[in-house]
Design a protein. Structure first.
Length: 126
């Protein structure tokens, strides 16, 4: 845990892998996610059978280079930890995969221990 969904538009496979690596490194550095605790769903939309839509909300210009990062994790992190996480993800994506910082869109969903089953139909956190 966490479960991370990353959606991109028309990105090379090797670059998409690097995006997943950069996000995992940022989560490890900023909020202490163990490196081997990696659950990611990486989706590369082709623009025809799948697309990404974006607008200029809060005066942030976006373009087709946008990366949507949807993180589901247990609750308990402080606002400051989340700020650090957002900054780390953006910095690593910019440095390691040349994603423009204005195209890094992150949303976090928090839940509880009872909301996870990692296999065998068991609630391992309970």
């Amino acid at each position: 845990m966490p479960l991370v969904r990353i959606d991109v538009l028309r990105m090379e496979t090797s670059r998409l892998k690097a995006v997943g690596d950069a996000v995992q490194q940022a989560l490890t550095d900023s909020i202490g996610v163990p490196p081997e605790d990696r659950f990611q769903i990486l989706t590369n939309h082709d623009g025809a059978t799948g697309a990404l839509r974006h607008g200029t909300y809060l005066d942030v210009p976006r373009d087709d280079g946008i990366i949507y990062i949807d993180i589901t994790m247990r609750g308990g992190r402080t606002d400051e930890q989340k700020r650090q996480m957002y900054a780390q993800v953006c910095r690593r994506l910019t440095e390691q995969t040349q994603v423009a910082p204005h195209n890094v869109f992150i949303v976090v969903h928090e839940n509880y221990e009872a909301d996870w089953s990692f296999g065998y139909g068991h609630a391992q956190y309970l």
